[in-house]
Design a protein around this ligand. Structure first.
Ligand SMILES: *[C@@H]1O[C@H](CO)[C@@H](O)[C@H](O)[C@H]1NC(C)=O
Ligand SMILES: *[C@@H]1O[C@H](CO)[C@@H](O)[C@H](O)[C@H]1NC(C)=O
Length: 262
């Protein structure tokens, strides 16, 4: 829960700084459809990294490479086990929305193939818990945590094959959770992921080359890979968004009727 609290504080001070000229603010200073919330990523908060069928992502590999001074997400905030307490804290904080990401390698271990029933169950429980407490769920599909298996098999985002695998994963999410999720984000900060992962090499999958790398990467090519990865991410976004609009949006709109707290 600490990370969530930190994020909240940052966000709150951001808001305070942006509304200048007044020293007191209330909800009424914002449009009625403005949503107050907090956001996390799966690897930041879930923990349970090796439980119930989850396999490592590129972030697990990075966090165990010795470069993070021992910090890793094996336990993190343990939201996997403590989601009910976390939702309770969100209610007490007065959050209207919670943005979280789905761990691809928890839902579909190794990136493709059968869906992991335990992963499915966890996200269903989390979403239901949020909704039953009037907290609007917002879902991110990829927050820097590509399944390591796909990185190993064909190079992950630098290979065009990723577009198909991402679309299948996204479709599982739309199909399983779309009756209750109205707000989807395909990629968190695609630009940061690409620059840090393939140009400077400071974040997973830590690919870069001289003289652009800020670390000594064991592989990569900073001149071309950032563009390959960015291109494939754009294609994957387009493919998933089209699938959603063509198949799931209209269907989910019909069944979607959940009143949110205001
Ligand atoms: C990378 O390796 C070279 C040669 O061993 C070394 O001089 C340099 O300091 C290293 N750079 C970083 C960022 O570790
Ligand atoms: C990166 O790829 C380009 C194009 O194939 C090539 O010219 C360049 O030498 C490569 N750089 C490294 C560091 O491998």
């Amino acid at each position: 829960m600490w990370k969530l609290c930190e994020l909240l504080l940052v966000w709150a001070s951001f808001l305070a700084a942006e509304v200048s000229g007044a020293d007191r603010h209330s909800r009424h200073d914002f449009p009625s459809d403005f949503v107050f919330g907090a956001g996390t990523s799966a690897y930041q908060v879930e923990g349970a990294a090796n439980e119930d069928g989850r396999t490592p992502s590129i972030f697990d590999t990075y966090a165990h490479s010795g470069l993070t001074h021992g910090a890793n997400g094996d336990v993190a905030c343990d939201q996997y086990h403590k989601y009910k307490e976390d939702v309770q804290l969100m209610v007490e904080t007065g959050l209207e929305a919670y943005r979280f990401s789905i761990s691809w390698s928890r839902l579909i271990p190794n990136g493709r193939g059968p869906v992991n029933p335990k992963g499915l169950q966890y996200y269903n429980h989390l979403i239901d818990e949020l909704i039953s407490h009037g907290v609007q769920p917002h879902v991110t599909l990829h927050h820097a945590d590509l399944p390591q298996a796909l990185e190993d098999e064909y190079g992950g985002w630098i290979n065009r094959k990723i577009v198909k695998d991402f679309t299948v994963y996204a479709e599982v999410c739309f199909r399983e959770f779309g009756d209750r999720i109205r707000h989807w984000t395909t990629f968190n900060e695609a630009n940061v992921f690409v620059l840090a992962g393939y140009d400077s090499g400071i974040l997973p999958p830590q690919r870069c080359s001289f003289p652009f790398g800020l670390v000594n990467c064991s592989q990569g090519n900073s001149s071309i890979e950032p563009y390959l990865a960015a291109h494939n991410i754009l294609l994957a976004h387009a493919s998933a968004a089209r699938t959603y609009k063509n198949i799931y949006q209209a269907k989910n709109m019909l069944t979607y009727h959940i009143p949110f707290r205001r």
